[in-house]
Design a protein around this ligand. Structure first.
Ligand SMILES: NC(=O)c1ccc[n+]([C@@H]2O[C@H](COP(=O)([O-])OP(=O)(O)OC[C@H]3O[C@@H](n4cnc5c(N)ncnc54)[C@H](O)[C@@H]3O)[C@@H](O)[C@H]2O)c1
Length: 436
């Protein structure tokens, strides 16, 4: 099939490369000329495991191409995916400007019957607005499909290649059959393609992210109480996660959820509900707990070092919002670093992958270290913010020797409390007893 994917960010690039991998002829189109120029030379704008090889292989095979000429990409397509950003606008609801601009472009440039697939996360009713926008210009029949994306950054290629399920909101038989054909190679193990109406598909994406965010905020809330009552949240997590009705995923307490999806999607769903005169009380609490949780790490640092951090340097391990990505959007590290700097402290940071992306956000407000151990030099405490694998089994004696004071604040509960006590660290983690 001839496919174009409009928007070559985290989602669009993965979608385009994976569809090319199954033999389709794919063009990725983006307004960002620098990004497209890099992609043409196999230089990826993001870090995503396995994606570079996929892009290179399919470009080399002539199945994948990149362009800034969005009209030309649309004109040659049977299927157009819209994968542009939907950032929050002033009141937290999704800003649909990019999506609707692309819709107008589709109407202007389509040259044949077209299936238009909304991959961007958009509120209920957006596909109808996309249809209206296209309708204003179109001279050919078209079918707008809602196909929310559930990939996880850091495992995006695998998630797209082997999805748990594919959700498709479609109104016509033509759209259903084109989409079923397109996704057939990805669901060969029997994972379902779930067809539904468009509004339900749009809602499914927000409900899924709302549920996952709720599990995280629930555990963060429980972690706070564990600290007060002297329980260990890791034991509680194992105790409840082994119940089949609950399951073990997304029960890890931490510094609050971040990234490009959960914070904005939870807020957008709350906004949608308000627009319909409804209050989503559970999600409002999920959001409020998360806002509070962003301060917990800094509160622990202050418990260890006192309120005034003048002259204090903190080593930060991990900047990306989670491991295996360089995505800094809404990363918990940013909230923590901002608080340290505001209290007069200084920061030396390390991340295995996200330091270039972090430099774009943090500039020269913090120092960056080439290795995790370099970050410890002259630091009064170590804060582990992102659970990259390389931080899981560090050389503890070396950490203790290099830090000016043996203080470790662990946002991810990576280390055993008894071991940290034996080694002589002051050790603060989330929802577990403190080693003072
Ligand atoms: N990142 C994720 O993990 C994830 C997962 C599922 C769904 N989503 C959703 O997918 C959408 C895209 O997210 P992302 O993380 O890939 O965003 P992104 O910011 O990485 O990429 C968006 C791309 O769209 C391009 N763009 C903007 N306006 C354009 C236009 N008019 N024409 C062509 N290109 C344009 C931008 O230049 C950018 O390259 C969002 O709605 C997001 O909520 C993201």
């Amino acid at each position: 099939m001839d496919i174009s994917v409009i928007g070559t960010g985290y989602v669009g690039l993965v979608v385009g490369a994976c569809l090319a991998e199954t033999g389709n002829q794919v063009v990725g189109a983006d307004v960002d000329a620098q990004k497209i120029d890099g992609l043409k030379h196999n230089v990826l704008p993001i870090y995503e495991p396995g994606l570079d090889r996929l892009v290179e292989r399919n470009q080399h095979a002539g199945r994948l191409d990149f362009t800034t000429d969005i009209g030309a990409a649309i004109a040659r397509s049977d299927v157009v995916f819209i994968a542009v950003g939907t950032p929050p606008d002033g009141d937290g609801s999704a800003d649909l400007r990019h999506v609707l601009n692309v819709a107008a472009e589709i109407g202007r440039h389509m040259q044949r019957e077209l299936v238009v697939v909304t991959k961007s996360t958009v509120p209920v009713g957006t596909c109808a607005r996309v249809s209206e926008e296209i309708e204003g210009f179109a001279h050919f029949p078209f079918h707008v499909v809602s196909n929310p994306e559930f990939l996880k950054e850091g495992a995006a290629v695998d998630d797209f290649m082997k999805p748990d399920r594919v959700v498709l909101g479609a109104q016509s038989d033509h759209a259903r059959s084109v989409m079923a054909e397109l996704y057939a190679p990805f669901v060969r193990t029997g994972k379902p393609i779930i067809f539904m109406d468009v509004a339900s598909a749009e809602m499914t994406k927000y409900a899924a992210n709302g549920m996952l965010a709720a599990r995280i905020s629930f555990m963060n809330d429980i972690a706070g109480l564990c600290e007060r009552v002297g329980a260990n949240v890791d034991m509680v997590r194992k105790g409840i996660g082994s119940d089949d009705r609950i399951g073990p995923a997304f029960l890890f307490p931490g510094p609050g959820y971040g990234g490009s999806c959960f914070p904005k999607d939870v807020k957008a769903l709350i906004g949608t509900a308000r627009g319909y005169g409804r209050c989503l009380r559970i999600l409002e609490a999920v959001d409020a707990v998360n806002e509070e949780q962003k301060h917990v790490l800094f509160q622990k640092l202050q418990a260890a070092l006192g309120p005034d951090l003048t002259g204090v340097r903190v080593a930060v391990w991990g900047l990306a919002f989670k491991p295996n990505t360089d995505d800094m959007r809404d990363a918990p590290s940013l909230a923590f670093i901002a608080e340290v700097l505001a209290a007069g402290g200084q920061v030396t940071a390390h991340d295995p992958v996200a330091m270039d992306a972090a430099k774009c956000v943090l500039g020269d407000t913090v120092a960056f270290a080439a290795t995790s151990y370099d970050a410890l030099r002259g630091a009064d405490a170590l804060a582990v913010v992102t659970d990259w694998n390389e931080y899981r089994h560090p050389d503890f004696p070396r950490i203790k020797q290099t830090l000016r004071r043996p203080i470790v604040i662990d946002a991810r509960n990576l280390y055993a409390i008894t071991k940290m006590a034996e080694l002589g660290f002051a050790y603060y983690s989330i929802g577990r007893p403190t080693v003072a």
